[in-house]
Design a protein around this ligand. Structure first.
Ligand code: PEP
Ligand code: MN
Length: 375
């Protein structure tokens, strides 16, 4: 059960103290307080853990400072959508809003290689009105002999260039807790010219100790990718690990499932799960068409498979697109064969705009039919 307190309920106020004292006296019930400092107000939620089925809603509703009570009916306590639950489905980070009704494109380098390529990428993004990108510094690779990313050495120039071109959020995978400190340090060193969304890659979706550590910090939002060989439920529970530790600025990423049934694609595209994740949880949903398809193959209509699956995700309501681009894919150190070209960026963005418009029209149509049925 979640008690949602009145906005700005102050921990020092007598009412708040009285509430905590009351809860502390309830046998078999423990509590966990979560506060979320927003731009306008601070939101406080108290999670009651234990046999809450026995607690009458009305009694809890009448406690001091309590604005609303939500009975947790689903498994994902913090991130799930519960009955009568109208808590927000968005968060703000570095001036950008991420929600179940927004859409952002994170086009960029799979792996940072040279400052020149980073700058060409960022300049192209700025020229096309983009404020987000992806830039890998820490790369988990199948072979220990493959390029592992430049690590912390590249962070200062990546952040400086992001600032120069007005990039506000960079999605960057981390594979170890020390990477979070390195990113924080490099941001401090460069005067925080940009922001970072930490990415948990598909190989680490169930690295629970990493999830707990990343969940305990609230400086950076987190993009968690679906595990490539586990169920959706298992991946959503992994996301819940982040939130249960305190960080609920979480985006859920679909990137395809590993199975040879996907051939000739690199992974089996799972973007039909976009609306499923939006229904089960309050997380914005990201799609990664590059790691799903894995190649620049093109269908007879002249549209690349990567663009086709992107449109499929967007028309189903996706909120974020993580996609590999490279100024010179032949020189990319990781995933060159799936990178889109800078000259394809305007086509990619326009294609997304068309699919998004179609999605909005579909949602409006569904809304009109629902209204008719309710009459
Ligand atoms: C990536 O986005 O660079 C990546 C490695 O993705 P995934 O974890 O989905 O394989
Ligand atoms: Mn990649």
């Amino acid at each position: 059960m979640i008690l949602i307190l009145t906005p700005d309920a102050h921990p020092d106020s007598p009412d708040y103290q009285q509430l905590l004292a009351h809860l502390a006296n309830m046998p078999g019930i423990s509590t966990r307080v979560h506060t979320e400092a927003g731009i306008e107000q601070t939101l406080t939620e108290i999670y009651l853990i234990g046999n809450t089925m026995a607690l009458p809603l009305e009694d809890m509703q009448s406690l001091p400072c309590v604005e609303r009570v939500v009975r947790v009916s689903e498994e994902y306590r913090v991130l799930g959508r519960h009955k009568g639950d109208d808590r927000p489905t968005h968060f703000d980070y570095n001036g950008v809003r991420f929600g179940q009704d927004t859409l952002h494109v994170f086009a960029g380098l799979c792996a940072v290689d040279t400052p020149e390529h980073v700058e060409m990428m960022m300049q192209a993004l700025r020229d096309h009105g983009q404020v987000c990108t992806r830039m890998g510094a820490y790369k988990p690779r199948t072979s220990p002999y493959a390029f592992q990313g430049h690590g912390k050495a590249c962070l200062p120039y990546v952040f400086d260039l992001a600032g120069k071109y007005g990039i506000k959020v960079i999605a960057m995978e981390i594979t170890h807790e020390s990477h979070v400190d390195e990113i924080r340090e490099a941001l401090n060193q460069t005067g925080s010219p940009t922001g970072v969304m930490l990415q948990i890659g598909t190989r680490n979706t169930q690295n629970f100790e990493l999830l707990k550590i990343v969940g305990r910090q609230q400086d950076f939002p987190v993009l968690i990718k679906r595990g490539f060989g586990i169920t959706l439920d298992e991946s959503l529970n992994a996301a819940e690990y982040l939130a249960s530790e305190g960080n609920r600025k979480v985006v859920f990423g679909l990137r395809g499932m590993k199975t040879n049934m996907a051939d000739p694609h690199r992974n089996f595209v799972d973007f039909a799960h976009v609306p499923v994740v939006k229904r089960l949880t309050r997380m914005p949903v990201c799609i990664d068409p590059s790691h799903s398809v894995g190649a620049r193959t093109c269908s007879p209509d002249g549209i690349l498979d990567i663009m086709h699956v992107t449109a499929q995700g967007i028309i189903a309501g996706a909120n974020m697109v993580l996609v590999d681009f490279h100024p010179v894919p032949g020189k990319a150190l990781v995933d060159g064969p799936q990178a889109l070209l800078l000259r394809e960026l305007p086509q990619f963005l326009e294609d997304i705009r068309i699919a998004r418009e179609a999605y909005l029209q579909r949602a409006a149509l569904a809304g009109r039919y629902r209204q008719d049925q309710e009459k």
